[in-house]
Design a protein around this ligand. Structure first.
Ligand code: 4G0
Length: 241
């Protein structure tokens, strides 16, 4: 997967790409991130990329010329969709991450200041928001997208969840996990996890997932893949189906 990132701050990406799983994905050739500095496309004698908003008001707006030229530079390399990271975008979900992970190459446009000149939307293919909050720039949002998408690319994770397991656990929160020691500060690991009874462990985990989702995110249960046994369990916990 290739990401072309259009940004005023390419150095911000270095740390994220040089650690842990993203670092390995780059080394394995599963991930390539082309960092494109929007300022390099400025034709202004002072290399300016922002200007005052027509009509007045606070803040600055990113000028259309450097953005058009940077986007045209990316698009000259192929039929590459450009997604703009913005609070106005469609909320990014695991489902979107899965769709994007099937694509060969996409470009991410990171905005700053009070956003971009409206006319740049003419060359943008989609708008993504990572949630209902404002960041100082789109870079952190772009990194979130790159991270979530990259871990879904074949061969990136050393212990991937199977597609079947994934669909089964979709829209359910994770069950609790434990590692050594068996007793830590007087707190024991649940006995069932030490039993070696795999069917019993699977059932306990499923019920914990259901219980935690019901408690913390009951809205998710509407979309979850529930068996009759799951529904029975949830009804006993007071959930109306
Ligand atoms: C566009 C994305 C981009 C407009 C980017 C700010 C949050 C997200 C930016 C603005 C971002 C998100 C109008 C302040 C850059 N903040 N939720 N900041 N305005 O995905």
């Amino acid at each position: 997967m290739i990401f072309d990132v259009l940004t005023l701050f390419p150095e911000m990406f270095e740390c994220v790409l040089s650690h842990s799983i993203l670092k390995r994905a780059v080394e394995k050739g599963k991930l390539k991130v082309n960092l494109i500095n929007i300022r390099d496309f400025s034709k202004d004698k002072h290399k300016r990329v922002d200007d005052y908003p027509y009509g007045g008001g606070p803040g600055m707006v990113m000028m259309p010329q450097p953005l058009f030229d940077a986007i045209e530079f990316v698009k000259s390399q192929g039929n590459i969709p450009v997604y703009y990271l913005s609070p106005k975008g469609k909320i990014f979900t695991q489902e979107m991450a899965r769709e994007l992970s099937k694509m060969k190459r996409i470009a991410l446009l990171c905005g700053h200041y009070e956003g971009i000149d409206e006319r740049v939307y003419a060359v943008i293919d989609g708008e993504i928001s990572i949630g209902d909050f404002i960041l100082t720039g789109g870079e952190l949002a772009a990194m979130v997208v790159i991270d979530a998408v990259t871990r879904l690319i074949d061969g990136v994770l050393s212990h991937p969840q199977s597609a079947l397991e994934e669909s089964f656990s979709d829209y359910l929160l994770e069950y609790p996990q434990y590692t050594r020691p068996e007793v830590f500060r007087g707190m024991r690991v649940p006995e069932v996890l030490l039993s070696g009874n795999h069917a019993e462990i699977a059932r306990w985990r499923r019920q914990k997932s259901l219980e935690i989702t019901l408690l913390k995110r009951p809205d998710l249960l509407k979309k979850a893949n529930l068996t009759e046994e799951d529904k029975k369990f949830l009804r006993e916990k007071g959930y109306e189906i």
